[in-house]
Design a protein around this ligand. Sequence first.
Ligand code: SF4
Ligand code: SF4
Length: 384
Amino acid sequence: MVISDSRPERSAVLDARDLGSLLEALQLRGYGPVGPTIVGDAVVLRPIAGVDELPSGVGDAQEPGSYRLAPRDDGRFFGHNLGPSSAKRFLFPPVRSLWTAIRIGPQVRIEANDDPPPKIALIGLRACDLAAIAIQDRVFGREPYVDPHYQAARENALLIAVNCSQAAATCFCASMGTGPRVGGGFDLCLTELLDAGGHRFLVEAGSEKGDQVLADLPTTVATERDRRAARAESDRAQAQIQRRLDTDGLKDVLYRNAEHPYWNTVGERCLACGNCTLVCPTCFCATVEDASDLTGDRTERTRIWDSCFNLEFSYIHGGSVRTSTAARYRQWITHKLGAWIEQFGTSGCVGCGRCIAWCPVGIDITEEAGRLRSEDRAPQPVGR
Ligand code: SF4
Ligand code: SF4
């Protein structure tokens, strides 16, 4: 598994009018740019051809169960917060063909789908997105269970981060230790600056590949004033973060309260729609489907995203293990904030807040975990 070197080796300033040169440099090196753009009423990551597709002058307002675009008058390219999509969509796609079986007379030939994924540059990743990629690197890249498709996509991806200059009401990266300032794991990191010094980007290279791209750009030397301005952008975002999740001993709180009646209260509100798992940048559950053509001579196996909120997800020969919605919500949050730590040595949550904004009924992981903690059935002393 290739993990980007996180050492900032070089930084420089790029005038905002020259942002197009970054896309050109990426394309010249064979990377298809994937960046934030408006699709429908949301900012999502999609392949882009030019900077005119970036959501310039667009912000957003997010609350539990609510996401709205909002115009802003400063022309920032990255003045929005996270939308529903993440790098997961490109490194671990929602649908992927694994192999095809073809009947040829009495024989069956299996053809693996090992086509290499395209080289892409993921532009606009935030600090919590990079933390989520680092988590998925552990999930898919740990020996001996390396996922070759993820590994190939990861090796072909250049990560271009953007430091947040504001926080949404749903963000809680600060209490998860994942943001808002980008710490590492990027090839290039941009901080958008807009002050008396003009509209510009402080560009930092965090890997050799990033350094090579940076060398292609028409930059000027970064001054101490640019660095101070960049720090102020992150400080503003940090100061805006109000939401928090107390992770101290949370795994044990969740384990201890597996039979707490509060799960039924959440279960009555939860629609088991699975939105939270689909927008989550770390959730990795998948299933496989086999489909034959009408002649019966050709069958394709496809991997598709699944969700622990689906009844069939826990089906084991003869029935589902988690038949109630309450049990499925408990499974999701207990795995995400508890069992994940035992499995992968890290929480499964990076505090991006997507599951809060995109839950149609506004169920909030920070509130539910906090409520469990407040009603914690602390262990009782064992009698003699
Ligand atoms: S659980 Fe929610 S807040 Fe945490 S990483 Fe997933 S989507 Fe983001
Ligand atoms: S918590 Fe919200 S988003 Fe997740 S399954 Fe329940 S209703 Fe859907």
